[in-house]
Design a protein around this ligand. Structure first.
Ligand code: TRP
Length: 369
């Protein structure tokens, strides 16, 4: 693929994504300063992921906030396709969702699509995707969502609740439309073809509007949901999109749960984290120390720096020092990696403790039909 081309779909992300182009392609809206002000007015602060453009695009967020200001409450919804263990890239929208839950004091639904990953991946059994669903649920709970306002939906388990809503959506979704949106062919299994109606279902689980924080690759599903919503007498879901999180190996493509070397899992040991970052994290540094001191590094392509920016260094001042020192050549790649390793391991230490505790809490969080 030529270097200026990219593909973003729910099942395939490739190339170096130009997010302004993607906004045009998808027909979403960029998050602008006036919208940030509106968010700040409602929440009292601007989350660093908003400040830094990690969340960069939306659909109807302004309208949702206007209505909120007039007293119209909303709820939150996000999800995960359980194709493997959780990696740190998955946590980006979830951490942001938790912030939204706190600020707006809302219910949140978390959908684990064991059926979807079974349909989409040749080599996974339903048994396996179901097991990963429970594993992934622990990571979600570990982030500190409120037990009385958080419900985890597992598709094959909660189908009784989902199905009547999915049926409403399915009846208004025609094949040529999903086919165009997702590029389906005659060989595509029919589980995939029906699937969007199941991902749509939680949008209508409560009788009020929904806001969905999500990776931008998931937008096409909700484009269909939004078209259908008024036709079944429901409000269109509002969306807020985050960028794709690069794999350790570098920009161009999201972190994939199936590529061991490029991925840091939430269950990794401190030694594994150290080894992976030192060995695989793509560097924006120069080949030799002398050159690096002279020319400096490129933080824009350096994955260690990007991970600090996206997730692990919320403090803007500290991040700027790292940025400037790396760019000037004062900070070497090895030193930058050491900063990231320490941050990731500190985060994972407490995350893994919370994850253990989550095992006894799971029942409280699982949605009961
Ligand atoms: N299809 C998503 C994935 O593969 C999982 C998902 C289900 C989801 N519902 C969602 C993601 C709502 C974001 C928002 O990861």
């Amino acid at each position: 693929m030529p270097s200026d081309e990219f593909i973003v779909t729910p099942w395939h992300v490739e190339g170096d994504i130009d997010y302004d182009k993607l906004i045009k392609q998808f027909g979403t809206e960029k998050i602008t300063d006036p919208l940030l002000k509106k968010i700040e007015k409602a929440t009292g602060e601007i989350h660093f992921m908003l400040r830094r453009g990690i969340f960069f695009s939306h659909r109807d967020l302004g309208r949702l906030l206007d209505e909120y200001e007039k007293g119209k409450k909303f709820f939150l919804y996000t999800g995960r396709g359980p194709s493997g263990h959780t990696h740190i890239g998955h946590l980006v929208p979830w951490v942001f969702a938790k912030w939204l839950q706190e600020k707006f004091d809302t219910n949140i639904y978390f959908q684990l699509t064991d059926d979807e990953k079974f349909f989409a991946k040749q080599d996974l059994t339903l048994e396996q995707t179901k097991n990963f669903a429970y594993e992934n649920a622990l990571d979600f709970i570990a982030l500190g969502f409120k037990p009385d306002k958080t419900k985890i939906i597992i598709n094959t388990k909660n189908i009784k609740t989902l199905y009547p809503i999915a049926a409403e959506v399915a009846k208004k979704t025609n094949f040529s439309n999903t086919k165009a949106v997702f590029g389906f062919t005659n060989e595509t299994n029919i589980g995939m073809i029906f699937y969007t109606s199941l991902q749509s279902a939680p949008c209508f689980i409560e009788d009020r509007p929904v806001l969905i924080p999500l990776g931008v690759d998931q937008d096409p599903h909700f484009r269909i949901t939004r078209d259908v919503a008024p036709r079944i007498g429901r409000p269109k879901p509002a969306l807020i999109h985050n960028i794709m999180i690069p794999s350790l190996a570098g920009p161009g493509g999201k972190m994939s749960a199936s590529d061991e070397s490029g991925t840091i899992y939430t269950t990794d040991s401190p030694e594994a984290v150290k080894k992976k970052i030192n060995k695989y994290a793509f560097s924006g540094g120069q080949p030799t120390v002398e050159e690096h001191r002279k020319i400096g590094g490129n933080p824009d392509v350096d994955v260690s720096y990007q991970y600090l920016r996206i997730f692990f260094e919320p403090d803007d001042k500290k991040l700027k020092v790292i940025h400037d020192d790396y760019k000037s050549g004062k900070l070497l790649t090895g030193e930058l990696k050491a900063i990231l390793i320490e941050k990731v391991n500190a985060f994972l230490k407490s995350h893994q403790e919370e994850r253990e505790k989550a095992k006894s809490q799971l029942d409280k969080f699982l949605f009961e039909d």
